[in-house]
Design a protein around this ligand. Structure first.
Ligand code: AMP
Ligand code: TRP
Length: 329
């Protein structure tokens, strides 16, 4: 049996943070040898809200540099920028025409985001069709995503099925895969909220390119509770401590029991925060260093992105040709 094919997408806007690293990127890196990996930096998705053009251009580069610095190897993984592969936008139109409006209006992310805006761009509604195009152009077996994106992968399956029944068997149905460890790294300022790119305010997230001192500061200020028990507990008041322990566990790869043993001699939450910050700093410092080096050589970064786009295009163009042929073009 051949290797399973995996495709995932990541937004280039906002800063990549510890939640992205532990919940997604680390799993992609670990799967590079056993799976055939495709990672798409989804800059076309980013423009569903206005983006400053120069900032957008930089953000795709910055995201690519950070992903490579995290261990995504452009030789083993097809890492590419969505807008570099024309087939995505074209397939999006073709799939839009087989997608009932009601399916899109039901999407939770659309309802959340459109409710918060005065004028809603049509792109916000068709966003999941572009995501379906990203996926279906590559016939992946698995699509690793966070819990919040599961609905979009299910919609992708529905679109694929509808297309298959209208035009004949064309698409394989992909499975959404949700990671088990560190599926939800919580905000350090508020352990009831998932750490996210869009949340503003310092103290919430740990950026992958932040300085050591800033990282330590964010951990020292993190919200815990008024007790002193260092335990993995699902009690609401222990959410802060649990989040710190889960971060430590995900980074060190230790079992819960070994993690607790490491903290058996800790004197209160001050010690806990310092030691968690230490392992995070140790893990992120080399990533920051490598990404800065890569960003200092934009020509090399552009070359790597061109290699990725070229490899991705070969798959995507062949699939697009089949879709068009099936539809009568
Ligand atoms: P996003 O930041 O929403 O573009 O997500 C990119 C990837 O990182 C997705 O696979 C998410 O599920 C994952 N991710 C984002 N935030 C977190 C978090 N706080 N904890 C774990 N995984 C996350
Ligand atoms: N919508 C996804 C997110 O916000 C990003 C994404 C775009 C994606 N295309 C994809 C994820 C294809 C998986 C597969 O996180």
């Amino acid at each position: 049996m051949g290797k399973k094919r995996v495709l995932s997408g990541i937004q280039p806007t906002g800063s990549l943070h510890l939640g992205n690293y532990l919940g997604a990127i680390k799993h992609w890196v670990e799967g590079q040898d056993d799976k055939e990996n495709f990672i798409c930096i989804v800059d076309l998705h980013a423009i569903t809200v206005y983006q400053d053009p120069e900032a957008l251009r930089q953000s795709a580069r910055r995201t690519a540099a950070l992903l490579i610095a995290c261990g995504i190897d452009p030789q083993r993984t097809t890492l590419f920028v969505q807008s570099h592969v024309r087939a995505h936008a074209e397939a999006c139109w073709l799939l839009t025409c087989v997608t009932p409006l009601g399916w899109l209006e039901r999407m939770t992310q659309f309802k959340d985001k459109s409710g918060k805006q005065e004028t809603v761009g049509a792109g916000l509604l068709t966003y999941p069709v572009l995501q379906a195009a990203d996926i279906l152009l590559y016939d992946p077996d698995e699509v690793p995503v966070g819990e919040d994106q599961k609905q979009h992968v299910e919609l992708t399956r529905d679109i694929a099925q509808r297309f298959n029944s209208l035009y004949g068997e064309t698409f394989k149905l992909p499975e959404p895969v949700i990671p088990k460890v560190a599926a939800r790294v919580m905000g350090l300022d508020d352990p009831t909220q998932k750490m996210s790119k869009s949340a503003t305010g310092s103290g919430h997230a740990v950026g992958l390119d932040e300085d050591d001192a800033q990282i330590v500061k964010t951990f020292k200020r993190s919200v815990t509770d008024s007790g002193r028990e260092i335990v993995f507990s699902d009690k609401p008041e222990k959410a802060g401590v649990k989040n710190l322990l889960e971060i430590y566990r995900a980074i060190t790869g230790k079992s819960q029991a070994d993690v607790l043993a490491d903290f058996a001699d800790a004197r209160g939450y001050g010690d806990l925060k310092t030691r968690v910050a230490e392992v995070v700093v140790e893990a992120l410092a080399p990533i920051r260093g490598r990404s800065r080096e890569l960003l200092e050589d934009p020509a090399e970064l552009d070359r790597l992105m061109a290699v990725g786009a070229d490899r991705a295009s070969k798959h995507a163009e062949a699939k697009l040709a089949l879709i068009k042929e099936r539809m009568g073009f």
